[in-house]
Design a protein around this ligand. Sequence first.
Ligand code: ZN
Length: 366
Amino acid sequence: MRLHLRGVVLPEDEVRDLWVRDGLISVEPVRDAETLCGAGWIVPGLVDAHCHVGIRYGGGHEDHDGAVEQAETERDAGALLLRDAGSPIDTRFIDEREDLPKIIRAGRHIARPKRYIRELGIELDDERDLPEIVAEQARLGDGWVKIVGDWIDRSVGDLRPLWSDAVLKEAIDAAHREGARVTAHVFGEDALPGLIDAGIDCIEHGTGLTDDTIDMMARRGTALVPTLINIDTFPDIADSATKFPVYAAHMRDLHRRVRETVANAHAAGIPIYTGTDAGGSIRHGRIADEIDALSGAGMTRHEALGASSWNARTWLGRPGIAPGAPADFVVYEQDPRTGPEVLAAPAFVVLRGKVYSRRDPVTGHR
Ligand SMILES: [Zn+2]
């Protein structure tokens, strides 16, 4: 398929002509190209940097068809690059599918017994095995490893770190030797200093960030994926934790101040990227909601879109809109920085040069 588009290309904010041939972007005219649009906004393919393809909505492992459906849902929402932040199933078969988003795998979640969602992760009886298991998951993934940094300790009745600082340092070093980056699930305050000091590359959620740990992350350049639309489920988690009142109060407090926490992190210069945490308790296809949420947490709408597009792609080592780059972009009829209604309804989604989604702006039908 040969395509021609004209529109405002982001992030440069310039009206340009683009062509697509053999799945790649060209800035030179391509003969016999079909004009897809003569006006509009063209945005590098969106990134959901915390998107569990393989975890079923409501819990449990997804099967083959379910994982395909999740990936299709992301694609139609414009999320064309997904970092899975841990998946219990092998989704390698999706790599063979030209019609599905690219998944950057983080292997399986690494946790300890009774210290994470049951049957999702690898559970280590002895924390001293962490470096070896991290290295193994690094070899199985696509350049990322996912550790569960803290979780409720039911014997204490509150969030507690899963690992000692010394073993974290060894484990993160082991991942780096394999050429992989490491990220960790962290809700509370206490697990953060050890993880950041150990050289972790990214923090998921990060609701427990304080002025001190924000300063540590900013100095080290550690990234943050806040997953705000998932944090909005914290009050429900607290409501169902009646046996653990301290934990419930802690979760409510983390939730209450999360937008301020993220705004402080952004103001300190911490790189922030969009992740929906789809799978489990969040439905797939909600990247527009997370972009909108970030714009309510100290980021301008341009910055929030960049956190899901050009900046996130650079962070994950993928090109934006450039000559010879894969033709992965989203086209909107209006400026997607005007609000969630526009973001949620792309006119076209183009993945590897093919047009997949064309939503009627009036009826919403495809
Ligand atoms: Zn997650």
